[in-house]
Design a protein around this ligand. Structure first.
Ligand SMILES: Nc1nc2c(ncn2[C@@H]2O[C@H](COP(=O)(O)OP(=O)(O)OP(=O)(O)O)[C@@H](O)[C@H]2O)c(=O)[nH]1
Length: 299
């Protein structure tokens, strides 16, 4: 589990703590403990679970989403709901004096307000998801499958590419394949650090996707190597696209750390037709040979 997003929600974390502390303070000030014999333990378990699960949901939202309107509304809504849920649990252990009966009368109001806020948040989330789906369309062309996505680049891994390529072979679809390899990436890592190397991989992946059609599929093949599947595309068009990609990447003015100096880095490419008569392993070794050849020519 990655908790890095949690630390970007300090304001919301403070809000949750304040609201829950307020609930406990109100009950402590106005309530008196019930005798153990009159506690309904089944109710305690039921209401306690609701309260605990609501807190888990708040935590899940905070570790999963970046700061923004939807996140704020979700956390605020859930916190108001958990305020009522916590009063409900504490209710099981305390009873209120006549002067404080207003507390049990109003305890469900924050929950109702929280549900309204959450409903609005879910509506905005829906809108946001539609926009994200449009952006991701080229990366997740056929279906969603989280296990097959590379964590660093957010592109599909090689196995997914192999699945899609063999399906196209079986269907007899005319297609081409491009492989891109970053030049001297080990040196890049040595000079700017592995983390900056990861960031460079991520940014290049975005650029590759931006240059593709909605029907194309870009995957991270291995290390600093990418493979692109182009259905219904002949070799001249594939070569042209490979040149466009090389040019786009060569022109990225990458900035390492807080530096203003731009780093320009290059990739080399190789193309081949996806033939029904050769295996994917043969196709890839042919493409790898082409890349090695280009590397030797440049050296
Ligand atoms: N930052 C980062 N580096 C990676 C990752 N995966 C592989 N690498 C690095 O990529 C480099 C690939 O090295 P090589 O295959 O020798 O390629 P190269 O240095 O680009 O050399 P040429 O391909 O001949 O130009 C190695 O230094 C790996 O450590 C990754 O996920 N993140």
């Amino acid at each position: 589990m990655n908790f890095s997003l949690l630390f970007r929600h300090q304001g919301l974390l403070a809000f949750v703590v304040v609201i829950l502390t307020l609930a406990m303070t109100l009950c402590t000030l106005h309530g008196e403990l019930k005798p153990m014999t009159s506690i309904e333990w089944l109710d305690v378990v039921g209401e306690g679970s609701v309260c605990l699960l609501t807190l888990c949901w708040i935590f899940a939202v905070m570790i999963s989403r970046p700061p923004g309107q939807v996140t704020t509304l979700l956390v605020v809504g859930l916190t108001l709901f958990s305020f009522s849920a916590l009063l409900d649990v504490i209710d099981e252990f305390t009873h209120y004096s006549n002067a404080a009966t207003w507390l049990s009368l109003v305890e469900s109001i924050p929950a109702a307000v929280g549900m309204v806020v959450m409903s609005f948040a879910l509506y905005l989330w829906h809108q946001e998801q539609l926009a994200l789906n449009r952006q991701l369309q080229r990366r997740e062309l056929w279906y969603r499958s989280h296990e097959q996505i590379d964590v660093i680049t957010q592109l599909y891994r090689a196995d997914y590419w192999r699945d899609r390529a063999s399906t196209l072979q079986e269907q007899g679809v005319d297609a081409s394949v491009i492989v891109l390899d970053i030049n001297d990436f080990s040196e890049f890592n040595l000079r700017y650090g592995h983390q900056e190397g990861d960031r460079f991989l991520r940014e290049i992946s975005q650029l590759i996707v931006m240059n593709l059609r909605a029907v194309d599929l870009a995957c991270r093949y291995a290390g600093d190597r990418f493979v692109i599947l182009l259905p219904d595309t002949g070799m001249p068009e594939a070569r042209e696209l490979a040149d466009q990609l090389e040019r786009s990447i060569r022109n990225v003015a990458f900035k390492s750390g807080g530096q203003t100096t731009a780093i320009f880095h290059s990739v080399r490419s190789a193309c081949a037709r996806l033939s029904q008569h050769s295996t994917l392993a043969d196709l890839m070794s042919g493409l790898n040979r082409q890349l090695d050849e280009t590397s030797r020519q440049v050296a």
